[in-house]
Design a protein around this ligand. Structure first.
Ligand SMILES: [Fe+2]
Length: 286
């Protein structure tokens, strides 16, 4: 498997004028970041017109600026790939990435590419044929969303089957899956056995997805089982209510466990290791 991209320093944010749909607008002065200024976001829907995320370039611009304002320095765009619901091809995603890149970079962010795969027979077929779009495009890590209502039978066997093809699943927001919430320790044991990574959704911690998801996120966090945290942002409006309060909660909860560097590991270092295609054993849960 080839090595991932080497991540160099990002150029500073610029003041630019942009012109979309005949409407000229000036991008506002960036506010200084408040929280960790090096957030590398592994899960968002910033590419416009592909799924239930941003609908047009203006919304992509607004989301990118909002993320930059709360301290993000880079984002891995992860549009949905879900047969019958979001039938996105890799070519279409890459074309949209190319169209959106100037908007993201004008907002002062580095842009990388991935996808959020729904767990399905098509995903397994894609893994066997080695044609999945991985996080950062050249890593072994694939973001996978499990069904919300119940876990698939033989989950660990199926995840292990993906592992045998050379890919490593990164399970998106496991706390939002009812099958995980109903049996946290049972599910975590299966995830550990299958050797996958787990991504906390920052929105879950602040109750954005209900009390069950919040309680389950706290339980997984207190067991030190998450590898990455990301906000799964779809719109700029969600940024103030999710990112800042959730990072504060996360920091406090990790301090209670005396995991002083845990926040940086979850939002900065482990995401970078994933993009750089570090080995599974080098990406430790927090
Ligand atoms: Fe998502």
């Amino acid at each position: 498997m080839p090595r991932g991209p080497t991540l160099g320093p990002r150029s500073p944010p610029r003041r630019v004028a942009s012109d979309w749909d005949g409407h000229r607008r000036v991008v506002a002065e960036r506010r200084p970041p408040i929280h960790n200024p090096n957030v590398l976001d592994m899960h968002n829907h910033v590419l416009f017109g592909l799924d239930d995320g941003c609908r047009n370039p203006v919304e992509s611009d607004a989301l990118a600026q909002a993320m930059r304002a709360v301290g993000h320095e880079g984002i891995v765009a992860t549009p949905h790939i879900r047969p019958g619901v979001f039938d996105n091809t890799l070519d279409k995603i890459r074309r949209r990435r190319d169209e959106t890149r100037p908007i993201i970079e004008e907002a002062g962010l580095s842009l990388y590419l991935g996808a959020e795969y729904y767990f399905s027979p098509e995903l397994l077929a894609g893994a066997r044929d080695r044609r999945l779009l991985t996080l950062g495009e050249s890593s072994r890590y694939v973001l996978i969303e499990l069904p919300t209502m119940s876990l698939p039978p033989r989950l660990d066997d199926l995840l292990y089957e993906v592992r045998l093809t050379g890919y490593v699943p990164v399970i998106a927001h496991p706390e939002r899956c009812r099958g995980v919430a109903d049996a946290v320790d049972w599910a975590l044991e299966r995830f550990r056995t299958a050797q996958v990574l787990l991504q906390l959704d920052l929105g879950s911690l602040v109750g954005h997805y209900g009390r069950t998801a919040r309680r389950t996120a706290q339980a997984i966090l207190d067991r030190g089982a998450y590898h990455v945290a990301a906000a799964d942002l779809h719109r700029a409006e969600d940024v103030p209510s999710i990112v800042r309060p959730s990072l504060d909660l996360l920091r406090r909860r990790l301090r209670r466990r005396r995991v002083e560097t845990g926040l940086d590991e979850l939002i900065q270092h482990n995401p970078r290791r994933i993009l750089e295609n570090a080995s599974y054993d080098d990406i430790r849960p927090v």
